[in-house]
Design a protein around this ligand. Structure first.
Ligand code: GLN
Length: 302
């Protein structure tokens, strides 16, 4: 298959969609992103990397970091599942409503509440959750310059009333091990990492390799890699996870920076980026490009 051509075609298919979305501005530092930027990368399990458009431009990975937080936590055992569920929420990523009826146990690790609990655990395990995720991304992508954008982290902290409310609420149920302020700081630090489609496609490859990292060592058992992919499929794009599965047919994780990292188990990873978002907070261009690519190539789990 001519992957470079297929990626170009998918990017062209997505371009008309860009004007239908809006750049996230509830984190002011993200509001300056170019709504017409667009890139798509493919990394295969045998080490090939292909790209089209702005696939080498760094962007704010935001909630894509939640998948790495979960994987690094699960690498040490599965106790985290006592503190966070794995059911789709059907509510927006930053919603508070289910936390009360579910007694401080977030519905899944990919909504903000769940990722905050996972970050808390990773902070206890490593002493520095932000750095642990950054190091992992550097190692897997081979890009030593990959870093947190501290302006984005500070902007989010300044305007993060909702995440602060979620974290205090979780703490009130006894589901937090560290002080609220440190958990939030590490959560913002990993969300504010800047990376390109190329970097993220490479960093996600362990999920396509059934748990095996770039250096051949194992991060997750094959079963845990399967489980993470399953939760990505059902919860990775929030209350649009059903539509994403229908259109794209792959496990995937979106972020409000406009990126989506998708996994084709046994074959490779795709990462798309375009800052204009739909109402669920998923990139309109990224969903369209992934849909076009999987439809044309048959690279889907279904
Ligand atoms: N850091 C963002 C937030 O907490 C992540 C949200 C997202 O990417 N969906 O609001």
């Amino acid at each position: 298959m001519d992957f470079s051509l297929e990626l170009e075609l998918a990017v062209e298919a997505a371009r008309p969609m860009l004007a239908t979305g809006r750049v996230a501005d509830y984190i002011p530092a993200l509001g300056a992103a170019d709504p017409n930027a667009f890139g798509l990368a493919l990394a295969t399990v045998d080490g090939e990397v292909y790209g089209a458009g702005d696939w080498q431009t760094p962007f704010s990975i935001q909630s894509i970091s939640k998948l790495f937080a979960l994987a690094l936590t699960l690498a040490t055992g599965d106790a985290i599942w006592h503190r966070v569920g794995r059911e789709p929420s059907g509510t927006p990523f930053n919603s508070l409503v289910q936390l009360e009826s579910e007694h401080g146990i977030p519905r899944n690790p990919f909504i903000n509440a769940g990722a905050i609990v996972v970050t808390d655990r990773l902070l206890s395990l490593t002493g520095n959750a932000g750095a642990a995720i950054r190091e992992f991304l550097r190692d897997e992508s081979g890009n030593p310059h990959l870093d947190t954008d501290h302006l984005v982290a500070a902007s989010e902290a300044e305007h993060g009333h909702r995440n602060a409310a979620l974290t205090h609420f979780i703490a009130s149920y006894g589901n937090l091990e560290n002080p609220v302020e440190s958990v939030l700081q590490h959560y913002y630090e990993h969300c504010a990492i800047a990376a390109s489609c190329r970097d993220l496609a490479l960093a996600g490859l362990f999920l396509a390799r059934h748990g095996v990292r770039a250096d051949g060592s194992r991060l997750l058992s094959a079963s845990d890699a399967k489980r993470v992919n399953a939760v990505l499929l059902t919860c990775g794009t929030y209350d649009a996870a059903g539509d994403f599965a229908y259109r794209v047919g792959l496990p995937g994780k979106s972020g409000v920076g406009g990126g989506i990292l998708a996994v084709v188990p046994g074959r490779g990873t795709l990462c798309a980026w375009g800052p204009a978002l739909d109402r669920a907070g998923n990139s309109v261009g990224s969903v369209a490009a992934l849909e076009a690519f999987t439809t044309a190539t048959g690279w889907s789990v279904f």
